[in-house]
Design a protein around this ligand. Structure first.
Ligand code: HEM
Length: 344
């Protein structure tokens, strides 16, 4: 008996004997959830390899990355795959979210899985940010300093939250060690558990959403082997793309952080460029805390702004214009702010 046929395993649960062809169509999901799973696996496995050489102290962190990059056998490949795996994961998760909105894939009974998905989005972004900080180069250090100082802006509890996260009155060895711990253990555990639960929940909700059949229509199915074959081809293509990116565009690293130098031309990681831009024009509490929380609250609320009819799993359904319009506005505003920040 093959391992994915064991009735109680999660692999079996995710690969039933046959699944409706409409939900498995490439032009329906674009395989984006699956690509996010694969990218997270690549990032996780290469991350384990990096821990053998990475040293989480302010004096040695940057040097240990240079060692991985220039001396350790296959170190540059491991680091490149880790970096590109993380970038692909962020992009795939974001596009997956958009796919779910534009097809109404959050409709009952899938609202709860939407909320799990939002938690996964937050985990993915924080995972990315904590990893960026570990580089301990100029850019990472200043992003760390600015990002954590925003916590101090939170009314009443700001200083307490700052101390709990940074572990001290200012950025230093404690902060780096804490972020390392969160990156390799806390967020990894939350991410793995969240993904497994999201996938289990997908099956519990009856699989991927699909159009409601008219009376005389019959549903077509694809077999487990066909699903497995499609997953294999997608995984091979994405893995090849990751290797290609790694070989052509090595993972970036700047000069070692100089704690005495001023903020010069430092840029936030690309996912937070829009916050960096906002920080130039409105007070830090609004730019760094209230605006991101507002965007997050809007995203959480999207399924609950659309109470019409059963999920028909149709792209750009007119009756679901409200959540779609809100997502488009969020995407345009955040992209415009990010592009303007790069052009400054
Ligand atoms: C680490 C991040 C994530 C992973 C690995 C993941 C994985 C998956 C996979 C494999 C599917 C099956 C269908 C597909 O590929 O589209 C799926 C469905 C779904 N995901 Fe995610 N997902 C993630 C994040 C999110 C986010 C950010 C949201 C939304 C906020 C979300 C909401 C949903 C919903 C509602 C479904 C069911 C959609 C339907 O049935 O049409 N997921 N997810």
């Amino acid at each position: 008996m093959k391992f994915w046929r064991k009735e109680k395993s999660i692999l079996y649960a995710l690969h039933p004997e046959k699944i409706p062809a409409s939900g498995a169509r490439l032009t329906y999901t674009f395989g984006l959830g699956g690509i996010a799973v694969l990218a997270s696996l690549v990032t996780l496995l290469t991350g384990v390899a990096l821990t053998f050489y990475y040293v989480p102290t302010p004096t040695d962190a940057h040097a240990s990355i240079i060692l991985i990059q220039d001396v350790v056998s296959f170190g540059a490949v491991m680091r490149g795959l880790h970096y590109w795996g993380a970038q692909v994961m962020v992009v795939a998760v974001t596009l997956h979210l958009a796919r779910v909105v534009f097809t109404g894939g959050y409709r009952p009974p899938r609202e709860f899985n939407w909320l799990i998905g939002v938690a996964l989005l937050v985990i993915t972004l924080v995972w990315d940010f904590t990893g960026y900080v570990l580089r301990w180069d100029d850019g990472a250090y200043w992003a760390f300093l600015v990002g954590t100082n925003l916590l101090r802006e939170i009314p009443a509890y700001g200083e307490t939250i700052y101390r709990a996260i940074v572990g001290d009155a200012q950025i230093g060895a404690n902060a780096l060690l804490r972020f390392y711990g969160w990156h390799i253990f806390g967020l990894t555990a939350a991410g793995v558990f969240g993904i497994v639960y999201h996938l289990w929940r997908l099956r519990k909700d009856g699989g991927i959403s699909r159009p409601v059949l008219d009376e005389n229509e019959t549903r077509e199915f694809i077999s487990r082997d066909e699903l497995f074959f499609r997953e294999f081809i997608t995984s091979a293509l994405i893995s090849a793309a990751l290797v290609f990116l790694t070989l052509i565009f090595p993972a970036p690293i700047g000069t070692a952080a100089n704690l005495d130098a001023g903020v010069s031309d430092v840029r936030a990681p690309w996912i937070f460029l829009w916050v960096q831009n906002l920080l130039r024009v409105i007070p830090p509490l609004w730019a760094g805390i209230i605006a991101p929380m507002f965007v997050l609250a809007l995203i959480i609320a999207l399924p609950f702004l659309d109470r019409r009819g059963p999920g028909r799993a149709i792209w750009f359904a007119r009756e679901r214009w409200k959540p779609q319009a809100i997502l488009v506005v969020i995407a345009i505003v955040l992209s415009a702010l990010s592009v303007l920040e790069v052009w400054r």
